[in-house]
Design a protein around this ligand. Structure first.
Ligand SMILES: Nc1ncnc2c1ncn2[C@@H]1O[C@H](COP(=O)(O)OP(=O)(O)OP(=O)(O)O)[C@@H](O)[C@H]1O
Ligand SMILES: [Mg+2]
Length: 258
């Protein structure tokens, strides 16, 4: 295992540099440069098939770069997959936990599996409390949970693992407005706890509400990045027009930063 060194990539929680990924020689990512820092929420948008989930898979080490590099908290994912993976919590679109186990039992089980058994059920309760899951549901089987409740359990697991980086693939898809707003509130709490949040989404409203930066992936590259901290803030209407491809990137210079 190589120790993290002092390159720019080590300062970021997530870093992709000139990343190229192909499936069976068909290029999907063609030179992605992207950095996400702790205490930051980055939303990646892009059309169906643009390569957003592939980006997540590259951070997880499930796909190998054809060229370029991917670092997680300074660990090169190709060279040191295990320490890199240990920093990541991943919430897929459809959370896969055990249906016949309760929320509490799922966390207990997966923490044991990760070699980090929870000291007591209070610690599990703290994690479930932190994500705002109704205590009445803690001992109910996941089989009866809604998508939003499942996500909360998956995020509670991330909190219990103390993972500094959270990857979410389309977390808003299929959530009602209340569940979306609860998720957004939770993501902001995680940001305040210095966690780096990288979410892939089609939900511009949510992205504009929570993200510090929004990146657009197209033709295998981040073609545009918008920053919430700029004086312009996010303008959802213009973001939408950009997203839908109705304006050229150069027309959106109102909120572009170098
Ligand atoms: N395991 C795979 N083998 C071959 N091709 C794949 C594989 N996974 C993805 N692809 C292809 O790579 C491209 C990008 O897929 P990806 O799933 O990353 O897109 P996406 O941006 O997440 O799309 P969506 O919004 O529909 O989820 C698509 O053309 C897809 O068909
Ligand atoms: Mg996808």
């Amino acid at each position: 295992m190589t120790m993290p060194n002092n390159t720019a990539n080590d300062k970021a929680a997530l870093a992709a540099s000139a990343l190229e990924v192909s499936y069976h020689a068909a290029p999907v990512l063609r030179g992605v440069d992207l950095h996400v820092h702790r205490g930051e929420i980055y939303a990646l948008l892009g059309g169906n098939g643009a390569g957003k989930s592939t980006m997540i898979n590259a951070f997880l080490g499930f796909v190998r770069p054809a060229s370029g590099s991917v670092h997680v908290c300074g660990h090169d994912v190709a060279q040191d997959p295990l320490p890199a993976r240990a920093q990541l919590a991943y919430v897929p679109e459809n959370v896969a936990l055990y249906e016949h186990l309760s929320a509490r039992e799922n966390i207990d089980y997966f923490m044991r599996l990760a070699g980090m058994p929870m000291k007591d059920s209070d610690a599990i309760g703290q994690a479930l409390h932190a994500v705002g899951l109704d205590p009445a549901a803690w001992d109910r089987r996941l089989g009866g949970f809604s998508k939003g409740m499942r996500q909360k359990v998956a995020i509670a697991l991330a909190l219990a693992r103390n993972a500094p980086v959270l990857l979410l693939d389309e977390p808003n898809t299929g959530l009602d407005p209340q569940a979306t707003s609860e998720l957004n509130r939770l993501l902001k709490q995680l940001r305040a706890q210095d966690i780096a949040v990288f979410m892939v989404t089609h939900d511009l409203l949510s992205a504009a509400e929570v993200a510090d930066r929004i990146g657009f992936l197209a033709q295998g590259r981040i073609v545009e990045e918008f920053h919430a901290s700029g004086p312009e803030r996010f303008d959802v209407r213009l973001l939408y027009r950009h997203y839908a491809g109705r304006i050229a990137p150069q027309d959106a210079a109102w909120s572009r930063q170098a």
